[in-house]
Design a protein around this ligand. Structure first.
Ligand code: BES
Ligand code: ZN
Ligand code: ZN
Length: 496
């Protein structure tokens, strides 16, 4: 899909017309090219058949009263209009148009303007979210004879297109690479093995311009990554530790991004019930997000130094699997008492957190589909954010709002540390009060390995898959990519 910044839409484009709940066609004047028949038709059906309520989308296909394709989009009550609604409206307009076979869609971005927000940002949101809404995972599906229904071009129309051209391009890159993340995450566990994940990272490094190095089992042994190796033992798939480096800010201390790369999570010997195992090929969503974020950061040539780390394993059962009761010696030297082999993500991340120390990072962020409990706490509207650093917390929440990749904080108080003390080892991999506060116990476990730098943990399990109404296809959402790109952009815009 191409995204263009233009003054006027092309004749063949379906034109988005925004209406508020007050029954007014907001800025139809922006389309001076609109035919008189269409204008008459619109004023007839608004507000009778189209109330302008937020979320309402009505597609007018050419007929006797209107020879143009028109997409009416409800903005709702103007006083409640905000960036969240702008993002959703763009997605809904795109999805509805695509479903009706629209090939070119014109969006007048001034219609979606949000108070105190530069138009460039609206253009960026439009480009990113049009891409997100136009995506479907169909690598394993035969194309229908008439071809897939896809939007081929989006025209962002605005009075001064030159002003938004760069922002539209940035937004498109972020959207495309978020979809790249979704492709990686959606790929079934049979095909998306740790080896395949590292091959994808290497290819992305070549394509986008960052360095990739991968450690195999022997190298991990040399590094004493006993935590990752312990979890990896039960699987026939070779574990991989993926390291990615992008340097474009002299000798400024880097940001380290870490992503959980469990390519399939059976739960191990503490096996998951069948219904919970569904979608566990998506348990490498954090890893996929870090790979895609590296590509986006390099693609946008951000002036930043960024390191990406992805421990990649499969959590499988066999005669070689790690067992409840096992004591694993992590790279940090701390022993991990395994009480439940299904809490594997935090174990593999502990070695990555220790490895991160060698980069003397200014900040470390990990992204992980760590707990079902985070989902229970927040629903599917935000990832859970854990950090003891109030400035970092604010920074991430704001980056979430600006990027549409929302995060919300849960506590990480010292009191919780009691709950992950081991009986026979230093740290237990599940909390003392099983199922109670699991997301916090997971974060508190990780915190034991992240004491030497500013750090935040983001439990992305709540946002791993889409839910109805978000304007996203079923499956992976690409959570984390937009957040990381936004954080790094704003961080490095300031002086180190
Ligand atoms: N990968 C899962 C968490 C998960 C569940 C992510 C559902 C997305 C959707 C993780 O490895 C896990 O199994 N966690 C356990 C932890 C428990 C044993 C303390 C969980 O959430 O049940
Ligand atoms: Zn698990
Ligand atoms: Zn898992």
């Amino acid at each position: 899909m191409t995204i263009l910044a233009k003054r006027q839409p092309s004749a063949a484009a379906a034109k988005v017309i925004a209406c508020s709940e007050r029954g007014k066609v907001e800025r139809a004047a922006l389309w001076p090219g609109l035919e008189a028949t269409s204008r008459r038709y619109i004023s007839r059906i608004v507000p009778k058949e189209f109330s302008g309520k937020f979320g309402e989308v009505h597609l007018v296909l050419p007929h006797a009263d209107s020879r143009e394709k028109i997409v009416l989009v409800g903005l709702g009550e103007p006083k409640t209009w905000d960036h969240r609604k702008a993002i959703l409206s763009i997605r809904r307009a795109t999805t509805a148009s695509r479903e009706q076979g629209v090939r070119t869609l014109a969006i007048g971005i001034e219609d979606f303007a949000v108070p105190d927000t530069p138009l460039e940002r609206i253009a960026e949101w439009a480009a990113t979210n049009a891409h997100l809404a136009n995506y479907e995972f169909r690598k394993y599906k035969e194309a229908p004879k008439e071809g897939w229904k896809d939007i081929a071009a989006i025209e962002l129309t605005v009075t001064e297109p030159q002003k938004i051209a760069a922002a539209a391009k940035t937004g498109a890159t972020i959207g495309e690479l978020t979809n790249f993340c979704r492709d990686i995450a959606n790929t079934p566990g049979r095909d998306m093995t740790p080896m395949e994940l590292s091959a994808i990272a290497k290819r992305a490094g070549r394509d986008w311009g960052f360095e990739v190095n991968v450690f195999d089992r022997d190298e991990m042994k040399r590094l004493k990554m006993g935590a990752i190796l312990g979890v990896a033992k039960g699987s026939d798939e070779e574990p991989q530790f993926i390291t990615m480096e992008y340097h474009n800010a002299g000798n400024a201390a880097p940001i380290v991004l870490i992503g959980k790369g469990v390519t399939f999570d059976t739960g191990g010997l503490s096996i998951k019930p069948a219904s919970s195992m569904y979608e566990m090929h998506l348990d490498m969503s954090g890893g996929a997000a870090v790979i895609a974020a590296m590509a986006a950061i390099a693609g946008l040539k951000l002036q930043a130094n960024v390191i990406g780390l992805v421990p990649a394993i499969e959590n499988m059962l066999s005669g070689r699997s790690y067992r409840p009761g096992d004591l694993l010696t992590s790279m940090s030297g701390k022993t991990i008492e395994v009480l439940n082999t299904d809490a594997e993500g935090r174990i593999i991340l502990s070695d990555a957190l220790t490895y991160a120390e060698r980069f003397k990072p200014r900040v470390v962020i990990d992204l992980a589909t760590l707990t079902g409990a985070a989902m229970v706490a927040l629903g599917h509207r935000a990832s859970a954010l854990f950090t003891r650093d109030p400035d970092l917390s604010r920074e991430l929440i704001e980056a979430g709002e600006r990027s549409g990749d929302y995060v919300w904080p849960l506590p990480l108080w010292e009191e919780y540390e009691e709950e992950v003390k081991g009986t026979f080892g230093d740290v237990a991999n599940i909390g003392k009060y099983e199922r109670i506060g699991d997301a916090i116990a997971g974060a508190t476990f990780l915190q034991q390995f992240a004491k030497n730098y500013p750090w935040a943990h983001i439990d992305i399990a709540p946002m791993m898959t889409s839910v109805e109404g978000q304007g996203l296809a079923k499956g992976a959402t690409g959570v984390g990519v937009r957040l990381c790109v936004e954080l790094i952009r704003s961080r490095f815009a300031k002086k180190p």
